[in-house]
Design a protein around this ligand. Structure first.
Ligand SMILES: C[S@@+](CC[C@H](N)C(=O)[O-])C[C@H]1O[C@@H](n2cnc3c(N)ncnc32)[C@H](O)[C@@H]1O
Length: 241
């Protein structure tokens, strides 16, 4: 079951307007260019922002996400017919031989269940051509990002065309290591509806991720910094030999 912030139609519709600065995707675009990738699989594509950026560059893209409402938003965007959208996770992939697979914006952390995580790494591996890359980020647990997840630090009011004013904030619910649970609250001024969305993320340290990748046959080529969040994230570049 998708978290409501991705799977509830009213919340999926405001995902992009609430987070319009997607400079986090620049680093992924550079990696796609560096690799000369012509076919890309975007796992956890959400509302399709990255998939559509790639399609704009003439790249053939498959976007997959288990949240139907987010995939519906992606499908409704201009140019979306150039992307092959699938509702599901990496266990639901058709046979593919892509040059590169991505999991942008901490999708890896949203995959909490260890079996699903292993199946995702395996599914991505089989979707890559030999020599292809899996590229994804995960927050460095040592930076304790959840300490910033409070109403005081996150409260804002956003004016969204066609929707009106939306108040939103996040609250930390529980740290039960390595899982961190938090709740987003959204208040729609137009009708007073209050929606909440609970999410749990799994924090994995660099060694754990490297071990998992190697266990599935990947070669860890590089672990980079996310340029827009220096020192906070590990960006893994893993190659299928
Ligand atoms: C923070 S959003 C990121 C969406 C998108 N990658 C982006 O850059 O905007 C996390 C996404 O991970 C998806 N997700 C959760 N579990 C997943 C799984 N097992 N496999 C693939 N995606 C998953 C969610 O539905 C959600 O769309």
């Amino acid at each position: 079951m998708a978290d409501d912030c991705f799977g509830h139609p009213r919340l999926a519709a405001i995902y992009d307007p609430l987070d319009p600065d997607r400079s986090d995707l620049d680093a992924y675009l550079r990696i796609v260019e560096e690799a000369g990738a012509r076919q890309v699989l975007d796992i956890g594509c959400g509302t399709g922002v990255f998939a559509l950026l790639l399609a704009d560059r003439g790249i053939e893209v498959v976007g997959i996400d288990p949240a139907q409402a987010s995939v519906d938003i992606a499908r409704a965007k201009p140019g979306s017919e150039r992307v092959r959208w699938i509702c599901g996770d990496a266990t639901a992939l058709p046979p593919l031989q892509v040059d590169l697979a991505t999991m942008t914006a901490n999708v890896a952390q949203a995959i909490v269940d260890p079996h699903t995580w292993q199946k995702t790494l395996r599914g991505a591996y089989h979707a890559l051509r030999p020599g292809g890359y899996l590229v994804f980020e995960t927050r460095d647990p040592a930076r304790r990002a959840w300490e910033e997840w409070s109403r005081e630090k996150s409260y804002r009011v956003t004016q969204i065309p066609g929707v009106g004013s939306v108040e939103s904030w996040v609250q930390l619910i529980e740290v039960s290591w390595p899982l961190v649970t938090f709740r987003w609250t959204y208040v729609f001024a137009v009708d007073g509806q209050v929606l909440t969305s609970d999410s749990t993320l799994r924090f994995r340290d660099r060694e754990e991720v490297e071990t998992d990748l190697v266990g599935h046959g990947y070669v860890v080529e590089d672990v980079r910094d996310a340029p827009d969040r220096p020192g906070k994230e590990f960006v893994f570049l893993a190659r299928r030999p």
